[in-house]
Design a protein around this ligand. Structure first.
Ligand code: 5FA
Length: 179
């Protein structure tokens, strides 16, 4: 992959799901070799919140969303690695109703504003300078630290995606989901 030195910006090329109108986003959950930690980055729009590297799939990109996920992961987190699996799609948690683009509009049906296509990645390299290094922090977190941060950031759908990975869960927080 040739690594861009600048991040793509703007929503002009943003791809939306033709059926639901949901914004389509791809990203990576980046695990270390021993699979007991993941990379989190600070949100650029909400100070003090930690999220996962991800971003909009664009109209000129391939249907292989792993390519977008790897691009966003480099741009936002400066991480490169090997994608090992595609995780099930998770949907926006904000619960707002949005018009269905195709088909009947049903006011009782919750339509996601965003759908997330996440991939599990095993980290090979942490760059020291990357397109958004000037505006984001980056850190390794255990499963329970990540769950804590994503709860604080009000991002249950990102926890859902994390729970689909093969991360080794630490502590009481991690074990409780296993029962
Ligand atoms: N946003 C906030 N809460 C959301 C939720 N529960 N479900 C879906 N979307 C949610 O913010 C990214 C965008 O997602 C914002 O427009 C926010 O309103 C909306 P973020 O997840 O806090 O990440 P960020 O601040 O780092 O955002 P950006 O990288 O600037 O934006 P994107 O992740 O969309 O990536 P892109 O701009 O590179 O395409």
């Amino acid at each position: 992959m040739s690594k861009p030195s600048e991040a793509r910006v703007g929503r002009d090329l943003q791809r939306y799901n033709e059926e639901t109108g949901a914004r389509m986003v791809a990203g990576c959950i980046c695990l270390n070799e021993s699979k007991d930690k993941l990379v989190m980055i600070s949100s650029s729009s909400h100070e003090g919140r930690w999220v996962l590297p991800k971003g909009g799939i664009e109209l000129d990109e391939t249907d292989d969303f792993a390519v977008t996920a790897a691009r966003e992961t480099w741009e936002e987190a400066g991480v490169e690695g090997k994608i090992t699996k595609k995780l099930p799609i998770v949907l926006d948690s904000r619960g707002k109703k949005a018009p269905v683009i195709k088909g009947e509009f049903d006011p009782h049906v919750m339509v996601p504003k965003t759908e997330f296509h996440f991939y599990e990645m095993i980290v090979d390299n942490l760059g020291t300078k990357w397109p958004e290094s000037h505006k984001r922090d980056r850190r390794w977190c255990t499963y329970s630290e990540a769950k804590h941060e994503l709860t604080k950031s009000k991002r249950p759908e990102l926890i859902e995606a994390l729970n689909f990975t093969s991360i080794i869960r630490d502590g009481i927080d991690g074990n409780e989901d296993d029962y």
